[in-house]
Design a protein around this ligand. Structure first.
Ligand code: BG6
Length: 467
């Protein structure tokens, strides 16, 4: 048995949400529509996000629950179109005030706010002007970030730029940033990616300039990639997939330059973005203070067979979609799956920590990790979610292994603080420590109930780790 290094004092035990999934009040107090609100249809079974968990109206009660839970940190996102309804025009003071109040409420409860500037919900008005295909959106993002920093730069230490940019790029159509009918979607989405990378780099620089005491980092989804077998061709496929899925984004965000394997892939496909004079200097100047990342599961891929059966996967961003030229998705026989078909791999969490830390040498902050499950509210007003406790405990154990390996971990913010509307499977797929009484279409009481995982996580935080 290995002697494990304890979690450091001040470790940020937290929990996460995102604006469109939790707030509701989708058109209240001057908020403009986002690409999420403007969707013509939602993934199968997914409800709309108009009320969500009604956090906009209940945030003080929710923060009181977070305080009771003992959270040291709460990671949430700001809705860009609540603050600037059309994305680049007038500031909406009421929208901005909501976040000032939320941050003040958190601070008063001794909870560190961790703020994501943009979590999938681009203002629809910007989307209509070309969205991330237009370089004007880079300026709009920088201006929006300046508005946030002016209002909150002295109150918030931890800033995240863009949530899961890599998933938006790999699933651009599903996540609403790619206009339907785009002629060459892959080329377009990689041009958008370049623009998002520039926007992110400019905003990281801006944070250093206007709020030098604050810290800023990117927040991609990172997953270690296994070869399906020791066949050297599978190993190459796994490295290629990891370069395309993980390092394409993080190398630019942290090292300020494109990953060579990923760049070769984009070039061969004809998807390499156009780079203008000065862009590379902008990317190189960003200097993040830490890397935030979301981890749900590892991936396993094999070399393509070249027999016409190679492309597989679904619209779910957590499941690999194949590329017939480079890799094919594979099952990992060592892993179990959750009720929604996602693999569960706590040891892969440790591997992912080690890989990111080795490559970049920066402190790491986990901004999502968790188990989506069907929960049942029992008559005693509880949810007996021992399956969620198991998942979280195993991941916390592996995080402690990573810390013992020498990885610098700032904190752990599982998904999600309270139940919210999932990105792919609606309300029925729950993640929270707190149950919210509603289903897909019936809003019921929207009352909050503590799950068993709430009581369990409370004791983990109190003990600064697993006992
Ligand atoms: C992450 C997103 O990709 O995964 C969240 O940042 C999302 O917004 C989470 O909710 C879980 O995915 P899903 O589809 O189960 O909600």
């Amino acid at each position: 048995h290995r002697q494990l290094t304890p979690f450091p004092p001040g470790f940020l035990w937290g929990a996460s949400t995102s604006a469109y999934q939790v707030e509701g009040a989708w058109d209240e107090d001057g908020k403009g529509p986002s690409v999420i609100d403007a969707r013509a249809s939602y993934p199968e079974g997914t409800s709309d996000y108009t009320v969500a968990s009604d956090h906009y109206h209940r945030f003080r009660d929710d923060v009181a629950l977070f305080a009771e839970l003992g959270l040291k940190a709460y990671r949430f996102s700001v809705s860009w179109s609540r603050v600037i309804p059309d994305g680049d025009g007038e500031v909406n003071p009421e929208g901005l005030q909501f976040y000032v109040d939320l941050v003040d409420e958190l601070r008063a409860a001794g909870i560190e706010p961790i703020v994501t500037m943009y979590h999938f919900d681009l203002p629809q008005a910007l989307q209509e002007k070309g969205g991330w295909s237009s370089r004007a959106t880079i300026d709009a993002f920088e201006r929006y970030a300046r508005v946030l920093l002016d209002a909150l730069g002295q109150k918030v230490t931890y800033w995240l730029t863009i949530n899961e940019q890599n998933m938006m790029v790999m699933h651009g159509a599903a996540l609403g940033i790619l206009p339907p009918g785009t002629e060459d979607p892959q080329r377009e989405v990689h041009q958008q990616n370049h623009h998002m990378l520039l926007a992110q780099a400019r905003v990281m620089r801006l944070v250093h300039d206007v709020a030098p005491q604050a810290k800023v980092g990117p927040a991609p989804n990172v997953a270690c990639v296994y070869p399906a077998s020791p066949d050297p061709a599978d190993v190459v496929a796994a490295e290629d997939f990891s370069a395309i899925r993980n390092w394409l984004y993080l190398d630019v965000a942290v090292r300020g330059r494109y990953n060579t394997l990923a760049w070769a892939y984009l070039t061969e496909k004809g998807w390499a973005p156009q780079i203008e004079d000065g862009d590379l200097q902008v990317l190189a100047a960003a200097e993040p203070n830490f890397i935030a990342f979301n981890y749900y599961a590892s991936h396993t891929v094999a070399a393509p067979r070249g027999d016409g059966t190679d492309v597989g996967g679904t619209g779910d961003q957590h499941i690999v979609t194949g590329d017939a030229d480079v890799y094919r998705p594979a099952e990992n026989p060592h892993l179990k799956k959750n009720a929604f078909g996602w693999e569960i791999d706590p040891v892969g969490f440790r591997t992912t920590f080690r890989q990111i830390s080795d490559r970049y040498g920066l402190p790491l902050l986990v901004t999502e990790n968790g188990l989506g499950a069907y929960d049942t509210l029992t008559e005693d007003g509880r949810v007996h979610d021992d399956y969620r406790i198991d998942y979280l405990a195993q991941h916390i154990e592996q995080m402690q292994q990573a810390i013992t390996d020498g990885v610098d971990v700032l904190g752990y913010c599982p998904w999600s603080a309270v139940d919210l509307v999932s990105t792919h499977q609606g309300v029925r797929k729950r993640y929270g420590f707190v149950y919210v009484d509603r289903d897909e279409t019936d809003l019921r009481s929207l009352a909050r109930y503590r799950k068993d995982s709430f009581t369990w996580y409370q004791s983990v935080i109190r003990a600064n780790g697993l006992s």
